[in-house]
Design a protein around this ligand. Structure first.
Ligand code: C5P
Length: 355
């Protein structure tokens, strides 16, 4: 998947240099070494290119990074998180760049991983919802082999859930207010499991003006109109996912479902936009966009992309067995490497050789 943990890695990588080039593996390489990807290679190339710290994407790079790839793209060094990754044959994927002294490490983001997100989707868990103190008790009650608890077991992600801080929001945010005369666009939604459909929508929305504000609905609000265990990502996680997108200027954390005149005035909104997906009325049967519509400030935008959060979940459920197997194997492999690293007192930036 592509999630805000990756965005945070790319943010740290960019800070180590002037230009960030991201190599993305194709589907065949991922299937061979890691198991089935959730997003196709085309989707992943596009999603990575949409992250604001990325200057360039190189498509279909080899799973084991070699010096030829670095030289071809004029890269001084290669950056990876402080977990150890191995090929299917037990070779350290960064052995060549480590040996050449062209390797730098960044900190992995604890509490977010593809394994965890896939677990939430398959188990229909809701313990990731943000409702205050209560959520922690629920999390403790529901122990399982996947979902929140699998990341607790993972030696590198370490902690059972992502712990959002104001520091992280500051790091992700541009911190720039609109300039005088900027045309301000507002869109609201769930933006759950941030995907290519959202990205295409945001690109079109941003093109309608100069400054794009995204209002994110709270978890109970999203759950009211989407049901089941939606949203898969809680509000804090969705905030970071949306902030990482290069078209977004600002995020409202927990936006009112009804777009009020107050909100339009407060943010000096010129235009409210929405995609072609259905618009649910509020609990009283009211159209959330009635006010901007009456003011002539509402526009439907065609993203040209039919991806939805539900489609991602369907993909996971259709391939349930494959993903369950993927998660079990990945966890087993990680624990084995972790044990080996501990037994031999190794550091993650050393070359790890284990068969
Ligand atoms: O469904 P959600 O609330 O996440 O959608 C956020 C915004 O993105 C909505 O305006 C929706 O219509 C738009 N969207 C889109 N094309 C997609 C998916 C979402 O235009 N494929």
């Amino acid at each position: 998947m592509v999630h805000f943990g990756h965005a945070n890695a790319l943010r740290q990588a960019k800070a180590l240099g002037d230009k960030l080039i991201v190599g993305v593996h194709n589907d065949d390489e991922i299937i061979k070494h890691k198991g089935p990807p959730v997003f196709t290679e085309e989707e992943r190339y596009k999603m990575v290119a949409g992250i604001k710290w990325v200057d360039e994407v190189v498509e279909g790079v080899p799973y084991v990074t070699n010096l030829e790839v670095l030289d071809k793209h004029d890269c001084d060094f290669c950056v990876h998180g402080d977990d150890i990754t191995m090929t299917a044959d037990g070779v350290d994927t960064y052995s060549f760049v480590k040996a050449a002294g062209r390797y730098q490490e960044i900190q992995r983001t604890a509490g977010v991983s593809t394994t965890d997100l896939v677990g939430r989707m398959l188990l229909l868990t809701r313990q990731h919802f943000r409702r205050g103190e209560f959520e922690y008790d629920v999390a403790k009650e529901h122990s399982s082999t996947m979902g929140q608890d699998s990341s607790a077991k993972s030696p590198w992600t370490g902690c059972s859930q992502f712990l959002p801080t104001t520091q992280k929001i500051i790091q992700f945010s541009d911190g720039k207010p609109p300039k005088p005369g900027d045309k301000i666009i507002y869109a609201a939604g769930a933006f759950d499991l941030f995907h290519v459909g959202h990205l295409d929508f945001l690109e079109k929305a941003r093109a309608k003006g100069d400054y794009l504000i995204i209002g994110l609905h709270t978890d109970p609000v999203v759950n009211r109109y989407q049901g089941s265990n939606y949203p898969i990502m809680n509000l804090h996680e969705r905030v970071l996912s949306v902030l990482a997108c290069k078209y977004v200027s600002e995020v409202v954390i927990g936006a009112p479902y009804i777009v009020t005149e107050d909100l339009l005035d407060h943010f000096k909104v010129d235009l409210v936009v929405h995609g072609k997906t259905p618009i649910a009325n509020d609990e009283n049967g009211l159209d959330p966009f009635a006010i901007p519509k009456r003011l002539g400030k509402f526009l439907i935008i065609e993203s040209g992309n039919d991806m939805t959060t539900k489609k991602i979940v369907e993909r996971i459920i259709t391939n349930r067995l494959k993903y369950e197997q993927r998660n079990l194997e990945k966890e087993k492999k990680e624990l084995q490497v972790w044990q080996y690293v501990q037994d031999n007192n190794l550091q993650s930036n050393q070359i790890i050789v284990k068969n």
